[in-house]
Design a protein around this ligand. Structure first.
Ligand SMILES: O=C(O)C(=O)C[C@H](O)[C@H](O)CO
Length: 312
């Protein structure tokens, strides 16, 4: 069984349902992707590498992962910090924005905790590792470097490294700070999943072709571009291998985790030997359902009704 390890932070997710009420669940970009990967391809072993606290919500979070079939074997637990929290607000078009309470979160310290007591993440050649700009953004610069060094070791062992830039401006001192680390991440990744919106803000790119041209300076095998109304494309080096037009969802309630569900489904499909065109189409179908529901993770029965998962 192949393993997909995602690296990052899972938080308590709050969706306000009234002035003094919230729907509470658990989410965070790389975790979200992992859930959608596991739901899509149950045969994959999916694990999150992170740190959590010893608080009651951290404990519930781990139970929730287990219900999703996500392995907790790569989780560091500490009593020095808590779990992070974020709340979703949506506008009339279902575009989401977030408020965060994550300064005391254990995941921000995952690399220093790991270096005090390193352990084997259980990866073998042919396994995949997924991280994002948020996985880097939560860490201080020294820890960002430790994470990239660890990823470089995995790559040397034969693992495939996948990266979604997922730019959150407030996590970075400046655009140039974000670009410096994003370029280091691109330089060691085999598969990248950039969004045109992020590249527009960071580099002034206005088309997929410009992203592909920019990526030629790195040794990336597969560039999976989410270009909004210009659709989605997959390039291997600068060869267009697959594309999918933009089809607006029937309604957009909450855009949270559209990109994460796309990434998780795409990566799982590729790990299971689906070709880029199939992977792209299936990832798009999942993402277009995700935006029709509140919160990052679709109710399981809604997901199952899509009938999209690969056979057991
Ligand atoms: O914004 C973050 O840091 C999160 O991970 C919260 C959300 O789940 C994520 O952004 C959705 O893509």
């Amino acid at each position: 069984m192949s393993t997909l390890v995602a690296i990052g932070e899972c938080m308590v997710e709050l969706v306000p349902t009234g002035i003094s009420e919230c729907k509470q669940s658990f989410a965070g970009d790389t975790y979200n992707a992992l859930v959608y990967a596991k739901r899509f391809a149950n045969t994959l072993n999916c694990a999150l590498f992170t740190a959590v606290g010893s608080d009651v919500l951290s404990a519930n979070m781990l139970k929730c992962w287990q219900q999703e079939g996500i392995s907790t074997q790569n989780v560091i637990t500490t009593s020095d910090y808590n779990v992070g929290i974020y709340a979703i607000s949506t506008d009339a078009d279902g575009e989401r924005s977030f408020d965060y309470w994550r300064n005391q979160s254990a995941a921000k310290h995952m690399m220093s905790l790991y270096s005090q007591k390193p352990f084997n993440l259980g990866l073998k050649e042919s396994d995949w590792v997924f991280f994002s700009g948020i996985s880097l953004g939560i860490l201080d610069d020294e820890s960002k470097q430790s994470l990239l060094t660890l990823l470089a070791d995995f790559k040397k062992q034969g693992c495939t490294i996948a990266f979604d830039p997922n730019y959150r401006a407030r996590m970075w001192q400046s655009k140039s700070h974000a670009i410096e680390w994003l370029e280091r991440a691109y330089a060691l990744s085999n598969v990248v999943l950039p969004g045109l919106d992020d590249h527009r803000v960071l580099f002034g790119h206005s088309s997929s072709a410009e992203i592909v041209k920019y990526c030629t300076q790195f040794d990336i095998d597969e560039i999976v571009i989410k270009a909004g109304s210009a659709g989605m494309q997959v390039y291997c080096k600068d060869d267009l291998k697959a594309s999918c037009p933009f089809t607006p969802a029937a309604k957009q309630v909450d855009s949270t985790a559209a990109g994460d569900s796309f990434a998780g489904t795409y990566l799982a499909a590729r790990m299971c030997a689906q070709n880029p065109q199939n992977a792209l189409e299936m990832a798009d179908s999942v993402a277009s359902q995700v935006v029709q529901h509140q919160g990052a993770i679709l109710p399981l029965d809604v997901y199952q009704s899509l009938n999209i998962s690969l056979g057991k």
